[in-house]
Design a protein around this ligand. Structure first.
Ligand code: ATP
Ligand code: MG
Length: 742
């Protein structure tokens, strides 16, 4: 870099951004040259150091913003880092190479895709599309899908991709005990088909870039010249291909060591099931000779008690690098961890909602609280109890917004609009709502398209023009295609927001939900679609929006509302912090998961324990651990015993409490009669009784629903109520969605 690039220096007082860092943190920020590994426990300021380091490099004039490559684990973390960097620099920053591995790779690939014979405008497929595609290939090859389930094949393909293996790299030794060694053949077919569709799956984003770096050294050199500094957060969770990508970018031919700084914590490695390799941390010093290692030992996030409790649990793991962790600031010990036993999982959700309400009454904002669950199915009772209590919340991860059917459909409409050759998207919506296209007609269309080597949309247009489609379908499909034509015109004239809304309206998609009889669900879906339309408006083009949603990860959200309780999986909570954290479902078989107990042996159990450590260390001031005596898992009630992790908590930091009957009564109204009363267990760890219960709401009762307002119960069929709402009219809903008013 020439000297004039280095000036003028920003006017910010020198080193202001370093104030407030401790000595080690400061050293980690200022050691800008050469390889650096920052190895430290939860809440020690690793992410803060990385962010400050970013700003420091800019403030010191060591590089331009575009010359820094920063990898975060989620888009949310990237956004936070961008905000913090612009706050330190006191101006907005643009054009940063800052994001997740996948979003960074997508950006690179947009530029270099043609080198692999791929269109620059490639589509990024979601899991649904991947499966549909694989299924089509397998059916065409006459594979019995029962003996070789597509999801299983997809899983193998993903693991190969995570290990940077192309179809041609896979030898018999790599191949798996699946489909008699023919899995790699299908991997090859799948890749070919993706290319024909001009599409990538998630794994391809990284795989293609690593392939390009390996085959075209000049591309790699271009990036070597560009990136003077590389920063990586959550390094303990990188998998093989991410590691290769980093190493290719960081290792150059020159003698000059790379300026790569990675931060990580071996105790928080929770993604080995996705191929993450903790060994990547261990070999850092070998890969980058002369690497400095800095340890941060002071935790600034949690109270001493939370810290001791978390340390007590993780100490039970044997495979650890071992670290010291002590409170960063002098202060109160803090509250003990509350361990609460409830009779069943619905009570658990009620206790949490009630506690949230009471904390809110004591001036704690909803945004300061989070419920962290182990498994996606735990979401529902919490959603219900929060809704019933009128507590605003957002679900992050687990049930991802973008995985909801209506959002998938909406996105497919947009993709078919923006990319007329996107067959997967088009197939998803051709018959949604029903347009009278049967399976036979569809496979004929598909065959015809394949023979002519044309996309489905173009083929259908032709078939319609030539009168090859008869009957009712001819009229509905002509109208369907006309909708796209009109929406494309609108797109050109009035922009993408109006065009998408028009398309969803005219195609009958929105009407389909409006007329849906299962009204509660449908209303929620319409809300989600509205939210999606709002979100599109935040992007300059449809392309940008589609790219964004193709890349969002677990803990990303359309809307980042600070006044909502967050509900998410432990995995999605990595790197985040909240004043109060609720950790429900600490029961054997749920957490640790049954799977880790059945098949995983010691390693899998240790990973579960690291997850417990991650969960506890998200809390700044207060942590509640809950376990239910009887849990509803889908339709069944199951007895459960407390998690071994509860036993591992040091006694002196724990307060065991049980909601008394009186408290319980406060959670439900007296109307909520039970067909069987719930026996509250006397000691929290005793072997519980299973309880079956049903909510009974009397006819004529006035009930309140979060969306429909108040109404009168006219009919009750078990828990299914028919309610005449004052404003929303007649609806059939489940009893647990309403609150009895009188
Ligand atoms: P995790 O392992 O969970 O990702 P981390 O090591 O990245 O945690 P940070 O999130 O960077 O930790 O920091 C934890 C909290 O401590 C943040 O609220 C941060 O602002 C605060 N913090 C970090 N360093 C200091 C410091 N020197 N003084 C005061 N607060 C600090
Ligand atoms: Mg962090």
């Amino acid at each position: 870099m020439s000297d004039d690039l280095l000036s003028p220096r920003p006017s910010t007082p020198a080193h202001d951004h370093l104030a407030g860092l401790n000595e080690e943190q400061r050293l980690a920020v200022e050691t800008t040259e050469g390889p650096l590994l920052i190895l430290a426990g939860a809440g020690t300021g690793k992410t803060r150091v990385l962010t400050t380091r970013f700003a420091h490099i800019l403030l010191e004039g060591l590089a331009w913003p575009e010359q820094i490559l920063a990898v975060t684990f989620t888009n949310k973390a990237a956004r936070e880092m961008r905000e913090r960097v612009s706050a330190i620099l006191e101006k907005p920053v643009e054009g940063l190479w800052l994001g997740t591995f996948h979003s960074l790779c997508a950006r690179m690939l947009r530029q270099h895709a043609p080198r692999l014979g791929l269109d620059r405008q490639f589509t990024i497929l979601d899991a649904d599309d991947q499966l549909r595609l694989l299924k089509q290939i397998m059916v065409a090859e006459k594979i019995d899908l029962k003996s070789a389930p597509p999801p299983q094949l997809l899983h193998h393909i993903q693991l190969w991709k995570d290990r940077a293996l192309l179809p041609e790299d896979i030898t018999a030794a790599h191949d798996v005990d699946f489909m008699n060694g023919r899995a790699r053949h299908f991997y090859a077919l799948y890749q070919t088909r993706l290319k024909e569709l001009s599409a990538c799956d998630f794994g391809d984003l990284m795989l293609h870039m690593v392939t390009i770096f390996r085959r075209y050294p000049e591309v790699l050199t271009q990036y070597h010249r560009r990136f003077r500094y590389i920063l990586v957060d959550e390094y303990q969770d990188t998998n093989t291909i991410q590691y290769l990508w980093l190493r290719l970018l960081a290792k150059r031919d020159t003698q000059q060591p790379a300026n790569i700084a990675c931060v990580g914590d071996d105790d928080q490695s929770i993604y080995s099931w996705r191929g993450a390799e903790i060994a990547n941390i261990l070999r850092f010093e070998k890969d980058f000779p002369g690497a400095k290692v800095i340890r941060l030992e002071r935790n600034y996030r949690s109270t001493p008690r939370i810290l001791s409790a978390a340390s007590g649990v993780i100490a039970h793991n044997e495979g650890r690098m071992g670290k010291t962790l002590r409170p960063g600031l002098e202060g109160e010990e803090g509250e003990r961890i509350s361990v609460i036993n409830t009779p069943d999982s619905d009570d658990e959700a009620r206790v949490v909602a009630e506690t949230i309400r009471s904390l809110h009454g004591k001036n704690q904002s909803y945004g300061d609280m989070a419920i962290l669950i182990r498994a996606g199915f735990q979401t529902r009772p919490f959603e219900e109890s929060l809704m019933r209590s009128g507590i605003p919340y957002q679900v992050i991860g687990g049930m991802r917004f973008y995985e909801r059917a209506e959002i998938r459909d909406g996105t497919a409409y947009m993709r078919a609009l923006a990319h007329p050759a996107d067959d997967l998207a088009f197939e998803r919506i051709i018959n949604v709502p029903k347009r009278g296209v049967g399976n036979i007609a569809l496979s004929k269309l598909r065959q015809n398209a394949r023979d002519r080597q044309l996309p489905l949309q173009a083929t259908l247009q032709e078939q319609l023009a030539q009168g090859m489609i008869k009957g009712k379908a001819a009229a509905t499909l002509s109208e369907f295609m006309a909708c796209f034509d009109r929406a494309r015109e609108t797109l050109a004239k009035q922009g993408h927001v109006v065009a998408v809304e028009q398309l969803l309206e005219e195609s009958g998609y929105l009407t389909m939900w409006r007329e849906d009889q299962r009204s509660v669900e449908a209303a929620g879906r319409l809300d989600n679609l509205r939210e999606m339309l709002r979100a599109i408006g935040e992007f300059a083009t449809l392309e940008e929006f589609l790219e964004h949603i193709a890349l969002v990860m677990d803990s990303d959200q359309l809307q980042n509302d600070t006044n909502r309780v967050s509900l998410m999986t432990l995995h999605a909570a990595k790197g985040l912090e909240f004043k109060t954290v609720f950790l429900p479902g600490w029961e054997e078989g749920l957490f640790p998961s049954q799977r880790s107990l059945d098949e995983g042996g010691q390693a899998a159990l240790e990973e579960e324990r690291r997850l417990a450590y991650v969960g506890l260390t998200r809390a700044r001031e207060r942590a509640f651990i809950l376990h239910a005596t009887s849990r509803r898992i889908y339709a069944n009630w199951q007895d459960s015993i407390p998690s071994r992790f509860i036993d591992e908590l040091p006694d002196e930091h724990v307060h065991v409490s049980e909601p008394t009957r009186k408290q319980n009564a406060a959670f439900g109204k007296s109307f909520w009669r039970r067909s069987q009363s719930s026996p509250a267990s006397t000691t929290s760890f005793s072997r519980p009784l299973s309880v079956k219960k049903q909510i009974i709401v009397p006819l004529g009762a006035t009930v309140k629903h979060s969306r429909f307002g108040e109404g009168v119960v006219l009919k009750a069929d078990g828990e299914r109520l028919t309610v005449n709402f004052e404003e929303a009219g007649m609806k059939t809903i489940m009893a647990n969605f309403v609150e009895v008013v009188s």
